[in-house]
Design a protein. Structure first.
Length: 387
């Protein structure tokens, strides 16, 4: 018997570019990325929701790729929103397109869309031929501020969020600010929650900045929205690249602050609750829990709740109250599901101070229940205050 151990060092390059009107013939950014990667044939998948507000997009993309001297083997539309990743149908469709186009590992799949379409297409690309290059162009506030610049992709299964998925560093990410302003107002505003999240656990100065500009951000001031998205994207990308655990082998996941409850609420409610709004409720709840458990001050939680209300983000949802046959809150199931998803002992990020999180390994169900009640009362009071 013998055991041999080998080291396999691998360095990933994670590129995130910020631009505007990426498919304008005069814009070189995407051309550079596509050519530099060897210029293999490409295929494009676009979120149908984006083409609805920008019907000329498919044609512009085709012209841009052709003008770059690259072979384009198809432009496809995939229905947007959570339905894209609710089961494996979207992924199977993309696999078929990749196969029919005869793409290989030197080819590139360009995906343009919200977080759900990026996730489904990303998983299909990561698994076809064990990995076809993926160039992401996120189009929502949330996906430009968070998911699109990450290194994960997933679809839902067994009634659980993101159960099937992979870690796969995209070939490049292009945040095109022009897409932000095409979204409806609610989606444009809602995605700011991931900026609030990353600020709360990573960057007190950024949190102060969001707070100071909350009214203007709520009013969707274009420059501030873009700045907020960019700062959030860079904080996420930096944490992934420099935080020491890009593929989440450990148990701590600072970027998932507020997410144990959010993911459970999303599964409980189904398509009636967006990820962004679920995270907002999760952050409100975890901030309150952090105060009552003695981890952070009441004044910080007060600031968080006021900020979310100013940004017109929800603090509560009726599903927080849903119970099982034994009368236990269903949302508490999210704690164990969160632990299972990560493996190892339960580790949940809670708040210590503005810009600083704390990993905790136990969450008391009774405390969570009490906080749900208090959150409902405080949310009502905040919503009733004059604007
Ligand atoms: N992989 C990760 O690391 C990660 C991280 C965070 C979130 N996520 C996932 O991201 C998903 C949420 O993504 P989202 O918030 O971007 O929402 P979404 O993808 O569900 O899109 C929301 C809606 O906006 C439409 N849309 C997209 N871009 C548009 C634009 N520019 N103009 C008009 N309409 C547009 C879509 O068609 C859809 O109807 C969730 O499934 C969540 O789990 C993944
Ligand atoms: Zn999230």
């Amino acid at each position: 018997m013998s055991l041999h151990e080998f080291q396999i060092p691998v360095v990933f390059r994670h590129r995130v570019a910020f631009t505007r009107a990426a498919f304008d013939p005069g814009n070189d950014v995407l051309r550079g990325i596509l050519r530099e990667s060897g210029g293999g044939p490409s295929m494009v998948v676009i979120d149908e929701g984006v083409t609805r507000v920008c019907p000329a997009l498919a044609g512009q993309v085709a012209e841009y790729v052709a003008a770059a001297g690259l072979e384009l083997r198809g432009v496809h539309l995939l229905g947007g929103g959570e339905a894209a990743k609710a089961d494996d149908r979207g992924v199977r469709e993309v696999w078929r397109w990749i196969d029919e186009a005869g793409l290989d590992r030197h080819s590139q799949v360009l995906v343009i869309g919200g977080g759900a379409v990026l996730d489904a297409v990303g998983f299909a690309a990561a698994t076809a031929h064990r990995g076809v290059r993926l160039v992401r162009l996120p189009t929502t506030t949330l996906s430009q501020a968070d998911s699109g610049v990450g290194v994960k992709c997933a679809i839902n299964a067994f009634g659980k969020k993101n159960w099937i998925g992979a870690f796969a560093v995209p070939h490049a990410v292009l945040n095109d600010a022009a897409f932000l302003h095409l979204q409806d107002e609610e989606t444009r505003r809602a995605g700011l929650i991931e900026a609030v999240k990353v600020a709360l656990v990573k960057d007190a100065v950024f949190f102060d900045w969001i707070e100071a500009h909350a009214d203007a951000l709520a009013a969707l001031d274009a420059d501030l929205l873009e700045e907020c998205v960019q700062r959030s994207a860079l904080l996420h990308a930096r944490h992934i690249a420099e935080g020491g655990d890009p593929f989440e082998n450990g148990s701590s996941r600072p970027l998932d602050f507020g997410h144990w409850a959010a993911h459970k609420l999303e599964s409980l409610v189904g398509h009636g609750l967006s990820h962004a709004h679920a995270v907002s409720v999760g952050i409100a709840l975890d901030s309150l829990i952090s105060t009552h458990a003695g981890w952070c001050s009441e004044s910080l939680t007060g600031r968080v709740l006021r900020l979310l209300a100013t940004l017109r983000l929800p603090l509560v949802h009726p599903a927080l109250r849903w119970t099982d046959d034994a009368g236990r809150l269903r949302v508490l199931e999210g704690i164990d599901e969160f632990r299972q998803h990560l493996g190892g002992p339960l580790t949940v990020m809670m708040l210590r101070a503005a810009g600083r999180g704390i990993d905790v390994h136990e969450l008391d169900g009774d405390l969570v229940s009490r906080c749900v009640g208090e959150l409902e009362r405080r949310a009502e009071a905040l919503m009733a205050r004059p604007r």
